[in-house]
Design a protein around this ligand. Structure first.
Ligand code: COA
Length: 391
């Protein structure tokens, strides 16, 4: 077994919804000072799913360009991470497998640990590829974040899916072997099976996240990770983008470095462009931060990035990746910018209607209106089954 085999992210693509609600529209409704949204939490807009969009349609839309570019010939595993699952038993990835036309010789599983799940998927994928470097693993993070109307979390809602192709000799990022872990049994954010919106102790979740930054970093050091000064940039999980700035301050403090406002701004600013207009996409959020950094145009070849993934409840991991020579030729910046810019702006009333909408649970036959601009749609429900189609 080769020990120096480079394994990591070979391709990265994300998708989001067809609709967008601006925070200016939300603040007109609830009277909140817009500066609280734009500056206080660092959010400008949130992606809102149409009636025929969900985690499956977003996941398939994110992964389709990857399969198109690389074919499915070497993909033998599909891991879909979500905390807004659509079924207690069947993995959502099986619908995605079908929409993408993948062959039957693929194992498909769903993983869950709040916003952290996809990073577990990435690590499982690197282990599978290490076992058989000819194989590739498709890891997809897909979530719709929903909080109660008029709750503090409402302004941080969003939706997106990120797809990563993990392989040996990756075109984009080699994932280093050492990583730092931190798990703590806390109730900062959770969603019992009978609820469609999450319950959250917002302030406690911020404190827990920051403690996890420090805990995961200390373990990363203990595992022989790189020193702080070796990192060129940091991508943090972004439940709202200001959280990443707080996290980086905490990391610097943990390293005994006095955080300087300008230095923190410049370290994080390039990672927030997508998330500040998409909102919290839970499992996909850190990967949208990574996409924003890569698509920002900076030359990062050979440089190390710190990735911090956090899932309430809680599990966190700090890992490092190194940019591969020629990585910029494989990026999807134009497609990503288009996914964000082509969303149709909606007013507060339309948002509220969509937020209050629930799918029928009577087992009847229900067609859903064709509203998505995306390539896949949830066409309807039949006998308690979701029916998906190519749009
Ligand atoms: N102008 C500029 N900034 C303003 C402002 C204004 N008019 N009004 C408030 N702010 C700032 C606050 O000072 C605060 O900044 P700070 O975090 O640096 O102290 C920030 O905006 C948020 O204000 P706050 O009053 O704390 O917001 P909130 O009580 O409405 O809720 C969360 C904030 C994060 C707790 C809430 O969005 C939430 O529950 N989110 C879901 C859970 C979550 O995302 N957790 C994160 C870890 S996973």
């Amino acid at each position: 077994m080769p020990t120096d085999l480079a394994i990591g992210i070979h391709d990265l693509s994300f998708s989001t919804t067809s609709l967008v609600l601006g925070h200016d529209e939300l603040s007109r409704h609830n009277g909140t000072d817009i500066a609280k949204y734009h500056k206080g939490i660092g959010q400008r807009a949130m992606s809102v799913p149409t009636a025929d969009e969900d985690i499956v349609t977003m996941a398939a839309a994110a992964a389709a360009p990857i399969v198109q570019r690389h074919t499915a010939d070497r993909i033998r595993t599909l891991v879909l991470a979500t905390e807004t699952s659509i079924d207690q038993s069947k993995a959502a990835g099986i619908y995605v497998h079908s929409l993408l036309g993948l062959p039957p010789q693929v194992r498909v599983v769903e993983v869950k640990q709040a916003c952290y799940g996809a990073t577990a998927g990435l690590q499982f994928a690197t282990a599978l590829v290490h076992r058989d470097p000819a194989q590739q693993v498709l890891v997809i993070a897909s979530d719709v974040s929903r909080y109660d109307l008029d709750s503090p979390g409402e302004a941080t809602q969003g939706a997106a899916a990120a797809a990563l192709l993990v392989s040996a000799d990756p075109a984009l990022i080699e994932i280093d072997r050492p990583s730092g872990l931190f798990t703590s049994d806390i109730m900062d954010f959770w969603r019992p099976n009978y609820r469609s919106t999450a319950l959250v102790n917002g302030k406690e979740s911020v404190t827990a996240y920051l403690e996890a930054v420090e805990g995961a970093w200390r373990d990363y050091n203990a595992q022989g990770g790189l020193p702080l000064e070796e990192f060129r940039a940091f991508c943090y999980h972004q439940p709202y983008t200001r959280m990443a700035f707080k996290a980086h301050r905490r990391l610097l403090e943990a390293c005994g470095v006095q955080p300087d406002d300008a230095a923190v701004e410049s370290a994080i600013a390039a990672t927030t462009g997508y998330n500040e207009t998409v909102g919290n996409s839970y499992t996909a959020s850190m990967y949208l931060a990574l996409a924003a950094l890569l698509d920002s145009g900076s030359e990062l070849t050979g440089q190390s990035l710190g990735l911090f993934s956090y899932g309430s409840g809680s599990v966190a991991e700090f890992l490092a990746g190194r940019l591969r020579p020629g990585y910029r030729e494989h990026l999807r910046g134009d497609a990503h910018r288009e996914a964000v810019s082509k969303r149709r702006a909606i007013d507060y009333g339309t948002y509220r209607e969509l937020h209050e909408r629930t799918l029928p649970t009577d087992g009847g036959w229900h067609d859903l209106p064709h509203q998505t601009q995306g390539p896949f749609r949830l066409a309807g429900l039949r006998d308690h089954q979701r029916i998906y189609e190519t749009a």
